[in-house]
Design a protein around this ligand. Sequence first.
Ligand code: TRP
Length: 349
Amino acid sequence: LTGDRPTGRLHLGHYVGSLKRRVEMQNSGEYDEINILIADDQALTDNADNPGKIRENIINVVLDYLSVGIDPSKSTICVQSALPALHALTFYYLNLVTTARLSRNPTVKAEIQMRGFADEGLPAGFFTYPVSQAADITAFNANVVPVGEDQLPMLEQCKEIVHKFNSVYGETLTEPQIILPSNKACLRLPGIDGKAKMSKSLGNCIYLAEEPEDIKKKVMSMFTDPNHLRVEDPGKVEGNPVFIYLDAFCRDEYFAEFWNDYSCLDELKAHYQRGGLGDVKVKKFLNNVMQEELRPIRERRKEWENHLPDVLDILKEGSKVAKETAAKTLEDVRHSMSCLLYTSDAADE
Ligand code: TRP
């Protein structure tokens, strides 16, 4: 299982950090079940005043999934708010974590600062969303969770909840493993401004559905090595976003196609480091690479945009299947906690 908050269109950071891996996993045939959750309720935890934005972006996110190659016949795409069992699980799990432990979650801590909650007051729902995420993961008995590095603290917290639950109520929940991107450049893709993370709120993203002209504009405006002032100066490739993007996306074939002065990225890097290679040339090459990578994604998206009723059906079908899966886990959980008597089924009998 993995998931995304529907707060906007998905961008390159999502793609290299998780989406690409999901498609590989889906097509490897090694997993008997793949679930992808659109976490609209989690998105509400810091957007309580803007449910319209979330509603609108649910469909954007499904379109992004379909356009990168998520195949609904192999992966189940579902919406969090359609799975009431997740809320019940969250309520039970909340008793298995302390507020002190929640306060130490580094991702939540950083987000509290970023969203200004430190001054304005912290919504309790936001503070506890790692617990709701543990419900998402365990509801599907997920053994692997492919996500970006920023989600590591969520997975750690989920594992703790699983241990606690299993030790108090007996073996019930599956312990998940995180799967991080194998390519270092993909762990955390910087923004085009060189800031540590590509993020909508920082306004430094290249979106998956971006038009060719906008991709070009963004690539050509990218932050590079600030000390590489003249062409003849030696340049730095470490921490240089242009080279980090090349690490993430460049394949040797692209040199044959667009820049046959070099045969591979290492040769290009060596020249840049020696000096004598200007940023504009490297950016032009990166633009060619990005255009090649994003064209098929954009085209597939446009096709699906012409079949929106089908997209909605995919989501409805997936949510129906997922609802059953989550309900079954809730039943197991209540059984382990000896609360089964109080499920609606039992009450009906
Ligand atoms: N917190 C994740 C993010 O912001 C989204 C998410 C919600 C998720 N539930 C999940 C990720 C379960 C993995 C598994 O990107």
